[in-house]
Design a protein around this ligand. Structure first.
Ligand SMILES: Nc1ncnc2c1ncn2[C@@H]1O[C@H](COP(=O)(O)OP(=O)(O)OP(=O)(O)O)[C@@H](O)[C@H]1O
Ligand SMILES: [Mg+2]
Length: 297
């Protein structure tokens, strides 16, 4: 006797078997959704030209990908998500920004400031940004069906092509064993709506800083299409200061595309800065940064 829980009712499902050729119509084109940051040059497209393999910058995060942005507190994840959001909405593309932590009214000031520093038209940003405020609604954070329905409503309302969720971790606070199911449902809903999305996830105190591990374990990284890790290294000892050629007590910020199943990408650690105005500026590879400083010292 077969275990019904494992085998179900059985039966062939012909509709899931496709000839590769039939998939052409539904295959998404590979191109980038620009972030306005150097990250746009870190995803590639591989093309064959005159028999030679060429690497071309995608010009953004892969279209229709659902990306995971992970890092410890204060590493710049929210700044990154907001900058991407303002950059897109300011160029006329509707964005649904779902805030699970910062109340929506605080976002207004932050977005306005960003737009003016980035030289974007704030009227356009206002017009094209739809904020879903889950921070103020316990029931939205704790009722997944309601959250997904609301997200879908917002996307349809603006015909948005971009979704940001800051953070997905807030949807399984105090129930991390549910993380895999929650993330899977959110992922499926975003895929169904054909949007490009950034989901932020938080690390817990025991997690190593430079890994994709986050609250809920590796579930988020496994399910989503790719991971970008944000890190900050405190130059806290003379030996670390010597390694990075940086003064004691300073902070070195880095990010890395840890993996992406949608497009080829640079996997090297890159240095970035958070400017005084709160903008993310991605610089060179960490190896280049160290080599330059070694030369100088
Ligand atoms: N003008 C600015 N506006 C906001 N943050 C700034 C600004 N200038 C510098 N920063 C720095 O950037 C950090 C903000 O990082 P951010 O809020 O993006 O962190 P996070 O990775 O989202 O953290 P958390 O996991 O706690 O949400 C601040 O703590 C601050 O050190
Ligand atoms: Mg944050």
């Amino acid at each position: 006797m077969e275990d019904r829980e494992l085998f179900g009712d059985g039966g062939v499902q012909e509709n899931v078997v496709h000839n590769l050729k039939e998939l052409k119509r539904s295959a998404p084109e590979l191109y980038g959704i620009p972030t306005g940051m150097k990250l746009d040059e870190m995803f590639y497209k591989i093309e064959v030209e005159d028999g030679k393999i060429k690497k071309r910058a995608l010009g953004g995060i892969p279209y229709l990908s659902i990306m995971n942005v992970v890092g410890q507190p204060d590493t710049g994840k929210s700044l990154f998500a907001q900058q991407f959001s303002v950059y897109q909405s300011g160029r006329g593309y509707p964005v649904v920004f779902c805030t699970v932590e910062t109340p929506a009214n605080f976002l207004y000031t932050q977005f306005k400031q960003k737009a003016s520093i980035m030289g974007m038209d704030f009227e356009k940003v206002e017009e094209n940004t739809l904020v879903v405020d889950a921070s103020s609604s316990w029931s939205l954070r704790n009722n997944l069906r309601s959250f997904l329905d609301t997200l879908e409503y917002a996307v349809k309302k603006k015909d948005a092509k971009i979704v940001v969720i800051d953070s997905i971790t807030g949807l399984y606070e105090n129930k991390e064993m549910m993380a895999r199911q929650v993330v899977r449902e959110v992922y499926n809903t975003l895929k169904k709506m054909k949007v490009t999305a950034i989901l932020i996830s938080q690390k817990r105190s025991g997690h190593q800083a430079d890994t994709p591990e986050a609250a809920g374990g590796l579930a988020v990284a496994h399910i989503l299409d790719g991971t970008i890790i944000f890190n900050k290294i405190i130059i806290a000892s003379p030996s670390v200061a010597r390694t990075y050629h940086m003064p004691l007590g300073s902070v070195l910020r880095t990010l890395r595309i840890d993996g992406c199943r949608m497009a080829a990408h640079d996997s090297d650690e890159h240095v970035f800065e958070i400017t005084e105005e709160g903008l993310i500026e991605i610089k060179e590879r960490l190896s280049e940064f160290i080599a330059k400083r070694e030369e100088k010292d």
